[in-house]
Design a protein around this ligand. Structure first.
Ligand SMILES: Cc1ncc(COP(=O)(O)O)c(C=O)c1O
Length: 393
């Protein structure tokens, strides 16, 4: 017995992990470059953060927290947003169990009955899954590989219909690593304004940028409502805590009904983790040298990875300027042995133990690509690129 709704759920990032498990059983070393979790590599949770979590538990903060989030934490988040020139009050912030829950809250509140959500293509699979789960239609607008994966605004415009509920942007982007330029963000905001649509902005990688500075979409929007989604997972190396938040930039009070709906959803699931929330207050009150260190290391790994990958025949690759992914294109004129990205990635895993994600797991625009994370240490990356190079020969 299983609903069609659940039968339809796919998550390539974790599905490839099941194949990896089989490969590991044969005694082969598996190199995991499939999941974007820094804590499983050499980026460890800072001690003061782990200490805070256990201290709050010992201090008895083990109760159900306020459904919208511990108030002191929302105050700290409000101050954090203020540093990006945003005036967001504590009652316009909802603490969630990760961005994942925030996305669920928003999509479940705006999508039903064939309604459409515009999402970037290639797309982080969660947006596709939740939209379909709530009986809606995910519509991908093109991120243009020829333009370093910047959004194609004309394509976006063409895809707006009467059923469109919102435009989602994700910058820095998973899986392409692109940081949308300020001009593109403004164009998307203008388009949203023209069609009276809200913007959903997934900002989970906002602190992980290399050359160009991060531009917060809400700081550019005068009247267009934006729902920002962010969290602690990546920036503060606590992926397993499941802690995030959403905030409303809503200067003309257009989101009142939605805000009430999301508050109801939040109450219905009681609360996000209490001790994680208390510890997060300490995190936000402490300078984030761990994030700066992580980004410095990641930049070296990005440079190394990009330089290796672009020299491998049959692969072309855009240099990412944010997040920690590469999304190379596979040239099947050269790589005639395989029929598509999935076949190649599974074969690569079985032959070499290198575990990546097939691009088609990121929607239509992901086809013919593969995604890998450059989180591992250089000595592992070296081994991995040697193996890929040898395999594709
Ligand atoms: C674009 C994007 N959004 C959201 C998430 C999930 O974040 P969280 O751990 O806060 O649920 C991820 C995780 O990889 C992601 O890449």
């Amino acid at each position: 017995m299983l609903t069609n709704r659940v039968k339809g759920v796919e998550y390539a990032i974790r599905e490839i992990a099941a194949v990896a498990q089989e490969v590991a059983k044969t005694g082969k070393t598996v190199y995991h470059l499939n999941i974007g979790d820094p804590v499983t590599y050499d980026f460890q949770t800072p001690e003061f953060i782990s200490d805070a979590l256990s201290a709050y538990s010992r201090k008895g903060k083990n109760f159900y927290a306020n459904s919208l989030g511990v108030i002191e934490l929302r105050e700290e988040i409000s101050k954090l947003l203020k540093r990006q020139n945003l005036n967001v009050s504590t009652d316009e912030i909802v603490v969630t169990s990760g961005v994942t829950e925030g996305i669920n809250f928003v999509i479940s509140s705006i999508i039903e009955n064939g309604k459409e959500l515009l999402i970037p293509g290639p797309s982080y699979p969660l947006y596709i899954n939740y939209t379909k789960f709530y009986d809606g239609k995910p519509v991908e607008y093109e991120l243009d590989e020829q333009q370093d994966w910047e959004p194609n605004i004309e394509d976006l415009r063409k895809k707006i219909t009467k059923k469109t509920q919102a435009i989602l942007i994700c910058s820095p982007n998973n899986p392409t690593g692109v940081l949308y330029g300020e001009k593109k963000i403004k164009e998307i905001i203008d388009l949203a304004g023209e069609y009276n649509l809200p913007i959903l902005s997934d900002e989970i990688y906002d602190q992980i940028t290399y050359e160009k500075p991060y531009v917060c979409p809400a700081s550019l929007a005068k009247d267009v409502p934006i729902i920002g989604l962010n969290g602690f997972s990546k920036t503060h190396l606590v992926t397993g805590w499941r802690l995030g938040y959403l905030y409303y930039h809503d200067p003309e009070n257009k989101l009142e009904e939605l805000k009430n709906g999301i508050a109801k959803m939040a109450r219905a699931r009681l609360s996000a983790s209490s001790i994680a929330q208390f510890a997060a207050i300490d995190i936000l009150r402490t300078p984030s040298s761990h994030t700066i260190d992580m980004v410095r290391k990641l930049k070296e790994r990005r440079d190394y990875s990009y330089n290796r990958l672009r020299k491998i025949e049959g692969i072309t690759c855009v240099k990412p300027n944010g997040a920690f992914y590469l999304f190379p294109k596979l040239d099947f004129e050269e790589l005639k042995k395989w029929k598509d990205d999935k076949e190649l990635v599974v074969d690569l895993l079985k032959e070499t133990g290198v575990c990546l994600v097939y691009g088609s797991g990121f929607g239509e625009y992901g086809k013919g690509h593969m995604r890998l994370t450059f989180l591992p240490e250089q000595k592992i990356l070296e081994k991995v690129y040697n193996l890929i190079e040898e395999f594709l020969k």
